[in-house]
Design a protein around this ligand. Sequence first.
Ligand SMILES: *Cc1c(COP(=O)(O)O)cnc(C)c1O
Length: 405
Amino acid sequence: MTVMPVEPLPFLPYARQAVDADDVAAVTAALTSDWLTTGPEVARFEAALTETLGAPSAVVCNSGTAALHIAYGALGVGRGDAVIVPAITFVATANAARFLGAQPVFADVDADTGLMTPATAEAALAEARSAGWTPRIVVPVHLAGQVADPPGFAALADRHGLQVVEDACHAIGTVYRDAEGGVHRVGDCAHSHMASFSFHPAKTIAMGEGGVVMTADREAADRMRRLRSHGLRGGITPPDPAGTERGSAAGYTLDEIGHNYRAPDILCALGRSQLAKLDRFVGERRRLEALYRQQLKDLAPAVRPVPLVAGGTPAWHLQVVLIDVDRIGVDRDTVMQRLSGAGVGSQIHYIPVPWQPPYRQALDRSAFPGATRYFRRTLSLPLYVGLSDGDVARVVDALGVACGL
Ligand SMILES: *Cc1c(COP(=O)(O)O)cnc(C)c1O
């Protein structure tokens, strides 16, 4: 018997960017302008971000990691300080504390949402103090796009004299309601000192590499502008490319030691063009997430989507399912391999950061029971603008087969 070759179905990655002709045109215009790096596109992108997200200042830089580094730095985090971060997050949330010589102290997370809570952060605060560290900032991460209780963290910070920096890299476009019924957009900084975002192509808005810190603290914004440009006082304003208006040497005064975290005009043009489509991108992600949630009912109770956080309207960055590995009797690596064989990409977000080699403390793994339980079950499925309804059905079918259901 001969088997006719079948056209293989396209591979579905867990994430991908949506770049259209208008984005290409915006980048081309920047590329053929007078500026390639810090020029008018940086200020235009920052103005669009303040308009869209609501906080008065936006400091754009060349990655979400750089954004966290200058945010922590502008708040004076340094040696002897503790930065409270969730055990489930991207490594950069913790690494940025280490860049400054500070100690990341990991808080456990809710076993079902993966989110740090004010209660788990409070326990980490006590641990930091008893180890002799001074807690300075707490960094809630809005995992997958769901909010980690911004009002609760604002109250916690008040009680303990801390500042809140939201790692909002997953949550551009997320909206939430506070206890008084007020509606907020993540990034308006109503319940935090600062909020950082990433524009890595896996995120909702793609710049290639890029990020931003939003804040209502104009002094801190000025300091972040210096920190992103070597610590030079002139880092506050874009240089005049024609060199006609320099006027004084003050711009080359080094106020402190900083970095080169400037985002080029070429990429800011892409960021601004993408940001103009935020509502459409977020709407499509919400539609796809709802479709998954509906179709995943066929795989319950062995496989379930993450539970929804009350008061939040997430702009979904990740399509997370929790797999009851004990019930299905198949380990998760096998599930991932089978999915990959069926042309479906998947990813784990995340291995608990305190388990990573540079952070492996003299801590028992049971120190993070919530993170351990979340990590054992979590899997991120394809979610991006351009995924079709048929693709969602294909992913859910393949997941059922991979889990032996
Ligand atoms: C992506 C991400 C970052 C880092 O952003 P980059 O732009 O990749 O440097 C930080 N924190 C979280 C939670 C992220 O998902």
